[in-house]
Design a protein around this ligand. Sequence first.
Ligand code: M6R
Length: 612
Amino acid sequence: MCGIVGYIGKPPVVQTLLDCLGRLEYRGYDSAGIAVVNGRGIQVRKRVGKIKELVASIQQHPFEGTSGIAHSRWATHGLPTEANAHPHTDCRGSLAIVHNGIIENYAALKARLQANGHRFRSKTDTEVIAHLVEDYAKRLPVAQAFRRALKELRGSYAVCLIAKQDPQRIYGARAGSPLIVGVGDGEAFLASDVPAVLAKTRRVIYLNEGEVVELSSDGARLTTLSGAVIHRKPSTVSWDIASARKEGYDHFMLKEIFEQPSAVEQTLVNRLDAARGRIAFDRRTRAFLEKLKPNEQFVLIACGTAYHAGLVGEYMLEELARVPVDVDLASEFRYRGPMLTRDTTVIAITQSGETADTLAGVRLAKEQGAKVLSICNVMGASIPRESDAVMYTHAGPEIAVASTKAYTSQLSALYLLTLYLAKARGALSAVRWRSLVRQLSHIPSLVERSLRAEPLIKEIAKSYAGARDFYYLGRRYNYPSALEGALKLKEICPSIHAEGYAAGEMKHGPISLIRRGWPVVFLATDSPVYEKVVSNIEEVRARKGDCIVIASEGDQRIRRYATHLIPVPKTEELFSPIVAAAPLQLLAYHIAKLNRCDIDQPPNLAKSVTVE
Ligand code: M6R
């Protein structure tokens, strides 16, 4: 959702900005723009559509600068037009701004600025920042004017500024939206996310809420909004540029699906010692877990795919660790007036660590005295930083909008947590516990095995590429799998309507739509509810629907019910969602590919939803 880049350093500045912006394409956007400072002042170029349109325009009419900012915009206030695209300038074109987030008090600020003679050219909330800084810069140096303007903003922002009178600096600040500083050799970067700068540097400073940064080619100077200097050294990112490239795959989504065995392994390694029967966490997380009360109440909050991981977590935590669990969509949690106490642990699950609703849920939980543990993939993101403890999933950068490896690594983190709590609470016998720990250690290779179904899934996809409606059905642990399978398909193939249901709900409504050839994907792996799922399959067959059945390897009986059968490794029921994930993702991927969909960047979707 909106990508920001800033650069100061070596020529060619424009090319560096475009390269970095291109690495944020995955975030989703509908227009792009760039502004640089050069001997002629500030030069701006914007285009509606893809970054390649902007690149083509610059190739036709090139310009260069000593420093600059660039932006990919996902429209919130105002249509995706050139006028509304960023960067935005002040009245005289003496400074330029790019912004991610929403300025909630923009209407009041705009009215005041207009009354003072400022002329606005766009419908965006962002433009007020440019005019506000312009106002203060009449009597203050740029750095101070920037900070004064920021103090007036309500809402969320990551913002970068260049100014004609200060060409050797770029400025950045954040509140509620992510912004990182990349520190290179004689060059420095600002970006909304690490992959933007990975090809240039792995030394990164994560800005905290309310921090302002002043970049020169010598490095970064951090201050508070009041101007107090902050000292923070860069940390080194463990990801490398290869992890942010497609590496021969047609799409990032496919690459990330196939990375799941190693992503899951990364979540488990150093935490799971199956040989000695031990689960260990870092000191902070261990201390956090050790302090939990016997009557601790758990609330899992998340959005989208992460919410589906949370739903699987509810089953396993209640069944195996015997702890009471609620799961909430973060966007509902924050508005339902939850009753939290000091004995509540809120577990925030998030790939990006920046999802606005989940972050708001975390803040609400803390206000009410609850504790927060987050499960997150992105190091240094806002949610882990505001949590009392964090389990990083270490899945590596997930670039495709559709979440795949983040999901299975979130499940892996939840398995670890469940088994840890089950042991701490004596909820399982020692024999059963050790057996589950041993099985968990085999999960990466089982996920690998489930990927071998790809050629079969590719064939099945051919039969359904033309279908326009799909159901996904499962029970218990695989009810969330059904939701996730349907989400994957509708997300990356917008011409298809796909719904996931608890299979038991079929008779309460959805079955009325089934007709000849209607594809229904069933999760029918080995479980105590297997027979019930088979009955649901029969019901669909009786209405001449097609049944694409994901079942445990070796299940001969299911063959006679399935129009198409996708075998996955046989596991304990609790591990079945993780082995079923890849076939569901691959089915969505191949159907979308046959429909020529924009798989990595589906229309209207953003990778990280940083606005409400
Ligand atoms: O970064 P998060 O895990 O907090 O993101 C939550 C959802 O926005 C995300 O899972 C979304 O639903 C995915 N695009 C699904 O594939």
